[in-house]
Design a protein around this ligand. Structure first.
Ligand code: GLV
Ligand code: MN
Ligand code: MN
Length: 407
């Protein structure tokens, strides 16, 4: 069973054209945007051309289904507000190519998925979270994006493509090929990373509220400036985390909204996302205590109030030993001596899917370690190598994964 390199790369480049940003190979294709709607319609047609039965659930997760029990391959095809052409797209198109190659080469039954809203316009890994039954659609439907649009309203854009639910019990396992999105493989000239575990994540929305006032007349000692709260919080947090974190712990304030966000007004309100990731649940918990304590102390010192929104949590997730061994075997065949085992610092739908079935992941290098940016790219021979390893692993698993298994 051999993948068709040209067909695979042509499909990957075609998918890039939906939402092409005009800057390098950058893509702007957030969940439920017109580009996403068009991309899913096109992907559905490609799945059908490959002889797969096309289904989309109410959340917008798109499946191409083989007959009978099958292994599920895929990832997501939505992007960040400024994204690259490979984050998610690679895993979906490689899954499609392996499904085609399996049919042509007497391989096993292979199904493909493109999960919806992995990039978190309405939370984080929203599509796979709903599909896995972790988050009821009714609960998440009232979630809003940064512009105040609800998921319920956004979903209307895909209503014409929705067919019905897909039962996870029909799949024997899930493998997700993805770009690394970090520097590890590129810096060491490795071609394949076989993932050992995916880090855990916590994210809390935090709001400091002070007093909106005139920026010319309000003396500094009289101000209750919400932005000064964020600034002091960030500095104090970096200092306090120093004794708790490891070199792989990461924390980010990635979104901030100042109110009313005008140059001559002392900001009365600052709302921001506080996210941290680590492989150790105890350390994730300890960081949470420090985040909350630091925010409260800063608020008290500056005359602000502080509110915490609901915390989003994803636990660190280990990969299935059997699927991982198949990937390692494939990596040694396709890229002898040029692969390694490694943890994933990025989040993936695989974390959610691991609640339901055996799951594994593999990475190909990201040039310069850049992702979630228009500059994201990977050498074509590495993209092809990733798809080949995926195909080899699926072949190897053919005899092992015959019956659906629920955990
Ligand atoms: C997923 O894109 C992540 O934020 O790691
Ligand atoms: Mn991704
Ligand atoms: Mn991403």
């Amino acid at each position: 069973m051999e993948i068709d390199r040209d067909r695979f790369l042509a499909d990957l480049h075609r998918l890039r054209m939906f939402g092409a940003s005009g800057v390098g190979k950058g893509v702007v294709r957030p969940a439920f945007s017109q580009a996403d709607v068009d991309a899913r319609a096109w992907l559905g047609r490609r799945f059908a051309d490959a002889g797969l039965r096309v289904e989309m659930d109410a959340m917008g997760n798109l499946f191409g289904l083989a007959k009978g029990p099958s292994i599920l391959l895929g990832s997501h095809s939505d992007t960040q507000p400024e994204g690259g052409w490979l984050d998610g797209a690679l895993g979906v198109v490689a899954g499609l190519e392996v499904a085609r190659a399996a049919q042509e080469g007497d391989g096993p039954a292979v199904s493909v998925v493109s999960f919806q809203d992995e990039e978190g316009r309405f939370g984080g890994l929203t599509g796979s979270s709903v599909w896995c039954g972790y988050t009821p659609l009714a609960d998440v439907d009232s979630a809003t994006d940064h512009a105040g649009v609800t998921l319920r309203d956004a979903r209307r854009a895909l209503a014409g493509q929705v067919t019905g639910d897909v039962d996870p019990a029909g799949f024997t396992g899930f493998i997700e090929l993805h770009i690394e999105q970090g520097l590890t493989l590129d810096a060491s000239d490795q071609q394949i990373g076989v993932v050992t575990e995916i880090v855990g994540t916590r994210e809390i929305p935090i709001t400091f509220t002070g007093q909106q006032n005139h920026a010319g007349t309000t003396q500094m000692h009289l101000r209750r400036d919400a932005f000064q709260g964020v600034s002091a919080f960030n500095t104090a947090l970096n200092d306090r985390l120093r004794n708790v974190v490891t070199p792989t712990t990461v924390w980010t304030i990635g979104h901030i909204a100042l109110h009313p966000n005008a140059s001559s007004i002392v900001p009365g309100k600052a709302s921001f996302s506080m996210q941290w990731r680590d492989g150790d649940p105890l350390r994730l918990r300890r960081i949470e205590e420090i985040v909350r304590d630091t925010a409260r102390e800063v608020a008290l010192a500056l005359g602000l109030s502080v509110d915490f929104g609901p915390m989003w949590e994803l636990e660190p997730t280990g990969m299935d030993a059997r699927l991982r061994a198949a990937l390692e075997d494939g990596a040694e065949t396709v890229a002898p001596g040029r692969w390694q085992r490694m943890p994933s610092g990025a989040l993936h739908d695989a974390t959610n899917v691991a609640r339901l079935m055996p799951v594994a992941m593999l990475f190909v290098p990201s040039i310069g370690g850049i992702s979630h940016a228009f500059e994201e790219d990977t050498a074509e021979e590495d993209l092809v190598a990733g798809a080949q390893v995926l195909a080899k692993a699926v072949m190897r698993l053919q005899s092992q994964l015959t019956s659906p298994r629920k955990i």
